[in-house]
Design a binder for this molecule. Structure first.
Ligand code: GDP
Length: 212
């Protein structure tokens, strides 16, 4: 087997093994100790983050959908591997139009402080809806990540909802914008949690980041 095949195989074994909810941190003083590498998932509310985390881990409902926009303001930590190899961090969704200013401020404080202080954070995955492309709130998130010097990778979600032509256009547009950001990975991964597309590739990419 070549290196890629080894990585894919290890990733498949890892994600079908122990995946355990650790804790939910509404404030930074509740964060777990920086004991393991972390890979964080972020994106606008409704981008399909819970569905993607559930697809990655092969669980039906390990990550809960953000039922009320702006209500899920916590960082959720999951441990992967036996013994724990890394932690998957589900970051609070953003970009909800009707959120009160105070909620948006609290989100910004929580996220900025987490990103700045977290030496174990290996990479953040920035999820973007294939139908919508990068929005202002995504660009704000990218700037926060650039400023914190946290490497990130754009992951397109719900790719089953668009045609191949539309997908190619959004990939092109997203790639052009991402290349302007110093901390962005040049490779964009296209996924569909509903159809299982890109899931193996994303698992392998996460594992490569953990090993990096
Ligand atoms: P979250 O708020 O980012 O956690 O988003 P959810 O995972 O709750 O998904 C939001 C909505 O998009 C739900 O109605 C999902 O069923 C739908 N959705 C999520 N992923 C996909 C996908 O890959 N394909 C399609 N067609 N719908 C999806």
């Amino acid at each position: 087997m070549d290196d890629d095949a080894h990585l894919a195989e290890e990733a498949r074994r890892l994600f079908s093994g122990r995946v355990e909810f650790l804790l939910s941190a509404p404030q930074l003083r509740f964060l777990p100790g920086p004991d393991h590498p972390e890979v964080a998932f972020c994106g606008r509310s409704n981008v399909g983050k819970s569905s993607l985390i559930n697809a990655l881990t092969g669980r039906k409902a390990i990550a809960r959908a953000s039922v009320t926009p702006g209500r899920t303001q916590e960082l959720n930590f999951f441990e992967i591997g036996e013994p724990t190899l890394f932690r998957l961090v589900d970051m609070p969704g953003y970009g909800f139009a009707k959120a009160p200013l105070k909620v948006a401020e609290r989100w910004r404080d929580l996220v900025r402080t987490y990103l700045r202080g977290r030496a174990v954070l290996k990479r953040t995955l920035l999820l973007v809806d294939s139908r919508r492309g990068l929005k202002d709130s995504d660009l704000e998130m990218m700037t926060l990540l650039d400023q914190a010097a946290v490497g990130y990778r754009v992951v397109l979600t719900k790719s089953d909802k668009v045609s191949a032509t539309e997908l190619a256009a959004i990939l092109d547009q997203t790639g052009t914008l991402a290349r302007r950001h110093p901390a962005a990975h040049p490779q964009i991964i296209t996924t569909s949690a509903a159809k299982g597309m890109g899931i193996d590739e994303l698992r392998a990419a996460v594992l490569a980041d953990v090993h990096a």
